[in-house]
Design a protein around this ligand. Structure first.
Ligand SMILES: [Zn+2]
Length: 215
């Protein structure tokens, strides 16, 4: 049997539709970004694709970007990564999960491992750079795949606007600084941008259409 080394990227809109999740696979191994929704739905999605879960990453600690993460991390025995500056939000968000009729994150939930700015190989040959992106939350992160020109911006930047800063720990000055820092990275215009909510865009598209993504 030939070894399956295909690299795949997939945008997922898990029920109840709200947040954009992202799946990165190398062969039969995969990593989930922003595990929104129910753990059971994720298990089914992974099973359908014949994928083994290796890790979970969250762009930030809001409930709609982490709801399934602790349970999946626990049940699959994998690490869940989140910047620890957002740990205070993990259970704060239970009220919001009620609105979506999703289960609460329990007191004994599997704790995330801290990640911050740097570079990691999430799967063989798939290198990811991590950018700090505070403002929407204190511990916000962006994830960038240089080889594949893919960028996950979480809720820092939307199609034509930016993330709200009225939740605990939000800071508008820091958010705009994070947006400027991203602009200054001068990523290729063709870079595919995955937002925490809504359709995907590109760096070039944002330069043309998002009035906040410029100097
Ligand atoms: Zn958010």
């Amino acid at each position: 049997m030939q070894k399956n080394n295909a690299v795949k990227f997939e945008v997922l809109h898990m029920p109840p539709e709200n947040t954009v999740s992202f799946l990165v696979a190398h062969g039969n191994d995969c990593v989930i970004f922003d595990a929104w929704g129910r753990a059971a739905d994720w298990k089914r999605a992974l099973e359908e694709r014949g994928l083994n879960l290796r890790a979970i990453y969250s762009t930030h600690g809001h409930p709609d970007h982490i709801s399934a993460a602790p349970t999946l991390a626990q049940d699959f025995g994998v690490d869940w990564f989140l910047n620890n500056d957002d740990n205070f939000l993990i259970q704060w968000g239970n009220g919001l999960l009620d609105m979506f009729q999703l289960p609460h994150i329990q007191n004994d939930y599997k704790k995330p491992k801290n990640i911050s700015i740097g570079s990691v190989e999430i799967l063989p040959d798939i290198k990811m750079e991590i950018f700090n992106s505070p403002g929407h939350t204190p511990g916000g992160l962006m994830f960038y795949f240089p080889k594949y020109k893919i960028l996950l911006v979480g809720d820092t930047l939307f199609q034509e606007s930016y993330g709200r800063t009225d939740f605990p720990g939000g800071n508008k000055d820091k958010l705009f600084e994070s947006i400027r820092n991203l602009y200054d990275k001068n990523l290729d215009n063709g870079t595919w941008v995955i937002h925490g909510h809504g359709m995907e865009t590109s760096i070039g598209w944002l330069k043309r259409n998002n009035p906040f993504f410029r100097h």
